[in-house]
Design a protein around this ligand. Sequence first.
Ligand SMILES: Nc1ncnc2c1ncn2[C@@H]1O[C@H](COP(=O)(O)OP(=O)(O)OP(=O)(O)O)[C@@H](O)[C@H]1O
Ligand SMILES: [Mg+2]
Length: 484
Amino acid sequence: MAEPAAASETASTLVTGGAGRATILVVEDDAAMRAFLREVLEEEGYTVEAAAGGRTGVERVRQGGVDLVISDVKMPDLDGLDMLREIKAVTPSPHVITITAFGSIDTAIRAVKLGAFDYITKPFDVDQLNLSVQKALAERALRSEVARLRDEVQKSYRLGNLIGRSAAMQEIFALIRRLSGSAASVLVTGASGTGKELVAKAIHFNSRRRDRPFVALNCAAIPDTLLESELFGYKRGAFTDARSDRAGIFLEADGGTIFLDEIAELSPALQAKLLRVLQEGEIRPLGAARSEKVDVRVVAATNKDLESRLADGTFREDLYYRLNVIHIHLPALRDRAEDILPLAEHFLARSTAKAAKEVRGFHETTRKALLVYGWPGNVRELENVVERAVALAEETLVQPGDLPPAVRERRMTAEDDLSAAVARGLTLEELEREYIKRVLAAESGNKTRAAQRLGLDRKTLYRKLEEYAGAGGSPPDGSAEGAR
Ligand SMILES: Nc1ncnc2c1ncn2[C@@H]1O[C@H](COP(=O)(O)OP(=O)(O)OP(=O)(O)O)[C@@H](O)[C@H]1O
Ligand SMILES: [Mg+2]
């Protein structure tokens, strides 16, 4: 509504898809011709700027905002064809319509070869000019629309640094976006290398806390005795070596997010302390007389099966429920095969930029090999394989020979899996059970979609899951259910 109605109803707004009046730059050394072109084009509702020579014309284009250039080929300072060459080197470059003298068709052809959109020959009539201008602007509008749509598609496959096209990842993206205003604790589970830490960062950087610290702590990497002071800090004199006050990561991350990695390794004593902090929203540094309020969002991660640790009593149930307000489960990479190529392309682009190497993509056979390999090390393994391949690559496409033997030689995972099942002596019932578990994980625990994919009705799937649970084994992973 910023623009007055009269201005927005011109022909130019129609052809530029409503983005406003198109700006046309007229480059012409002949003053009378310049004035004529300006008048004709302004009458059509375009914004017209004029330059009397090729040099100033190129300068004006470099400043941006020009949609179309109409230029004479014959000019004293910079020849129209040289000017065209320079304009086409600007990105994004405007379309150019070249005006040539009667009878110089070879100049016109050269102009088109150099990238001119069209040419008109003097003397021309106004309709001919207008038609050419409309075509150029319409084509340009269409082209930027295509670019915009391509951008949009690519954007939807990523969230920050996270890439994912599979339904499971798309759902995780949507959930992370929905969480942006919340401070609820999140538990991220998944095998090693599936992207748990990256998800934790995406949660932080997509939340209102993004301008505050993100602090990560690996609970398995630090001895228990130090972990407490790492978490909650201490006061000077709290113990022999405490020569000054120290803020723990809870204070450091105040207003932000703490990422507690390998949470399953937390000792019972620290589990109790962490639980208290989460319940009360305050911490007490070692040796401090009073507690302090902290505002921290906790994201915890583990590649262990926490539920079995609840069962054997090594992980506190009350802490588990505090941490697991929202559950995000990252399926193994082989269970979201749609992500393999987008991830590979992403890592390729990153590695080639780093290695300053011209590797543009993957050979068809390489793609197939990437798709059928089982990826026990998940996304981290794929990342390493692509980095290595880029380092080795000698051609513009990554060849199968650039892959490690294990990846290159692995064919037909499905058959291999079945041979493995035969080798393990699985009964049909056991195989069915494993298959259901895999499909359910691939659908992030969504039973409706898992049932569809399995060709079962929901009730049958529920009955089977109940049977499995009743049979004493752990039920197939119903993770991410807490997320709904
Ligand atoms: N969806 C993804 N998009 C882009 N990169 C990813 C994705 N998932 C994982 N990665 C990359 O793969 C590597 C492993 O990811 P990350 O460290 O988050 O895994 P993790 O689940 O924490 O593994 P671990 O349990 O071994 O600590 C990282 O380099 C990360 O950047
Ligand atoms: Mg990790």
